[in-house]
Write a protein of this length. Sequence first.
Length: 137
Amino acid sequence: MKTECPRCKEKLEIDNANAGLKVTCPTCQHEFQCPEVKTNQPKKEVSAPNVTEKKLKEITKILYVGLIAFPLFGGSLSFISIIPKTYQYTITTTPDLELYEKLDFMGENGWEMVSARRASIDDNMTMAYEIIWKRPK
């Protein structure tokens, strides 16, 4: 683009890449701001996103950061895991009078009750609970 030095009026040929930037006149060493390139096309107006769009982007960023950081700080994302969990199973037979102690003991050791039924365990009709337990391996 063509311009002139505002001090010495020297006619200068300036590369379009320098439009809007400070340039130095090679004749008088005066530093001045090169004018912007004029085009026939009107400038496109860029509208600022509305508040809802800004909030949505902010919430999305928070969710992404949370999904990445949650497991790093001890959280579990097993609900979205594609790797199936494997479990260890066991079956216990517990007499009625020992049931509460057995429930506490198994729970404290990470076991979860899957199924329970009350059944007789001998010919004298002694009743007990047969319980199926599981816990992650």
